[in-house]
Write a protein that binds this ligand. Structure first.
Ligand code: NAD
Length: 509
């Protein structure tokens, strides 16, 4: 199904300008690169990219602001984040519009992304009064051992196109509460939403009297990111994107003994057991696999179904896929918007062709829509491919809505298939068998950073730590105690006796 006609690029440009104006953001027009929209695949505005001098100036300013910000009491730092959260609430609709225009998300998902930003601000405000250290029993009389958490420094945030605002907020709200300053290098594919977020944070800083340079935005491509990666003034590089990017960034930051927080690609699977509630499973699978046009790091890419129910489940999924409304993400009926670029569509077609060459069978989807009306846009039908084996292409992340279906006979086989990929982000099992569910969540079950029961792989809440293992990079962001990555612990030994006792009973002098 395809909905109403697409908006024109002129409409989208005007809409983006209106949202940016209402938010108060100015567009640094220039010839550096283009802001574009995947809705029509066409350019919106030419923008100036940050130069080496801009990066140097931002680094110096951010470092200086850090010296003031780190001594600001944490609950007062929280007031900046509280104000940011209020401004995000007030501007929710315009922010969502910019996400729709630049990332092609459907409206409810774009609003969801803004809600996620608001939620993490609320979380970080609370966190600003809970940066707990521990007191540890000392082996020496008259001594106290303590652990104190201090702000780390400048945090460089490099973000991906597919969560163009939420990933920034997970990092920034927590880093600011922790006493760090932030320099953000957003995806070159989504500069406009970053201008809006930066402006709102600037306004919040003005209103609460925080140093202006607690946050800096640097637009541009990977070369701008590389400058942050290599600069020793950036204490932590938090980079979200492809495993390819992480493979380059990780060693470069390690070479200068900097810290990284890497949030990279996933190849997420769901196991569907014979006892599963299939109504619930179908809903969970379709949202996780086809939602956001398959462009979430947590998108469901592999379905591992028990042989006894495979045909029934696959028939229900293919029927649901055949009815998915694909098209204009501003249309309230649309569930699947465009892929980010035609290159992403080429990647999808290439992966499906390889899967077919490796024995896979396309069950539904895989076609291109709206090619006549929008030749530069990439509207793809989510596709289901049944495969006998977990071949090379199935073990890769293709950032598009391809769902590979594998079958299993024993639970052990399902777990082995599940874990036999290089990535380790999100996972789930649909079952009503408690033993199976618990085994899946145990240390011999899923090897992912996120493991769910009776819910799909995507759509995490901010309260939990987010991230994954293996080639997903090992980082954890957002809730739980992920804040510790943004601070440095110091162990303190305090002698309140009048005797110097050495540890381990060492005598000296
Ligand atoms: P990408 O790797 O192409 O780009 C991500 C960012 O890294 C961009 O800002 C880009 O300019 C920058 N970059 C690229 N190479 C760089 C380098 N060598 N040095 C410094 N910066 C560099 O990713 P993308 O296409 O924007 O996003 C899709 C990918 O991101 C998928 O693989 C997806 O799974 C992943 N992702 C992961 C998470 C997570 O939390 N694990 C979240 C969102 C997206």
């Amino acid at each position: 199904m395809t909905g109403t006609a697409l908006p024109t690029t002129e409409d989208l440009r005007a809409r983006a300008r209106t949202s940016l104006e209402r938010i108060g953001a100015t567009v640094p027009e220039g010839a550096g690169f283009q802001a574009r929209t995947p809705i029509t695949g066409e350019d919106l505005f030419g923008l100036a990219a940050a130069t080496a001098t801009d990066v140097e100036e931002a680094l110096a300013a951010s470092r200086e602001a850090f010296h003031a910000w780190r001594t600001t009491p944490a609950p007062r730092r929280g007031e900046l984040v509280r104000r940011l959260g209020e401004l995000l609430r007030e501007n929710k609709s315009d922010l969502a519009d910019l996400i729709i225009i630049e990332a092609g998300k459907i409206r409810s998902e774009a609003l969801g992304e803004v809600q996620e930003m608001i939620d993490i601000c609320d979380f970080a405000v609370g966190l600003s009064r809970q940066l707990y250290g521990r007191t540890i029993a000392s082996e020496r009389p008259g001594h106290r051992l303590a652990e104190t958490w201090h702000p780390l420094g400048v945090v460089g945030v490099i973000s991906a196109f597919n969560f163009p605002a939420a990933v920034w907020s997970w990092n920034t709200a927590v880093a600011l509460a922790c006493g760090d300053t932030v320099i953000w290098k957003p995806s070159e594919l989504t500069p406009l939403i970053s201008l809006a977020c930066d402006r709102l944070l600037d306004r919040a800083a003005e209103e609460v009297g925080a140093p202006r340079d607690v946050h800096r935005l640097l637009l541009g491509d990977r070369t701008v990111g590389e400058r942050l990666v290599d600069d020793p003034r950036v204490a932590l590089v938090s980079a979200t994107g492809s495993t390819r990017m992480g493979r380059e960034v990780g060693p470069r930051v390690a070479a200068r003994f900097g810290r990284t927080l890497l949030e990279l690609g996933g190849n997420n699977a769901a196991v569907v057991a014979p006892s599963a509630d299939l109504d619930l499973a179908v809903q969970g699978i379709v949202f996780a696999a086809a939602g956001t046009a398959g462009q979430r790091c947590t998108t469901l890419r592999r379905l591992i179904v028990h042989r006894d129910i495979a045909d029934t489940l696959v028939a229900r999924l293919t029927a649901a896929y055949a009815k998915l409304p694909i098209g204009d993400p501003f249309d309230h009926n649309t569930l699947v918007g465009p892929l980010i670029t035609t290159a992403a569509l080429d990647g999808m077609r290439d992966a499906v062709a390889r899967a077919q060459a490796q024995g896979g069978k396309v069950l539904v989807g895989g076609g291109r829509r709206l090619a006549d009306t929008a030749p530069d846009a990439a509207y793809a039908e989510p596709v289901i491919v049944r495969v006998d084996q977990q071949t090379d292409v199935v073990r890769e992340e293709t950032f598009a809505p391809i769902l590979y279906v594998l079958t299993y006979d024993t639970f052990e086989e399902a777990i082995a298939l599940h874990n036999d990929v290089p990535q380790g982000l999100s996972s789930s099992i649909f079952t009503r068998d408690q033993q199976e569910a618990e085994r899946f969540l145990s240390c011999e079950g899923s090897d992912c950073g996120i493991a769910n029961v009776n819910i799909g792989t995507s759509g995490a809440e901010i309260g939990g730590a987010f991230g994954g293992e293996k080639e997903t990079g090992g980082g954890r962001e957002s809730g739980s105690d992920a804040w510790r990555a943004y601070m440095r612990p110091a162990t303190n030994t305090i002698n309140y006796s009048s005797r110097l006792a050495l540890a381990q009973n060492v005598s000296f002098l």
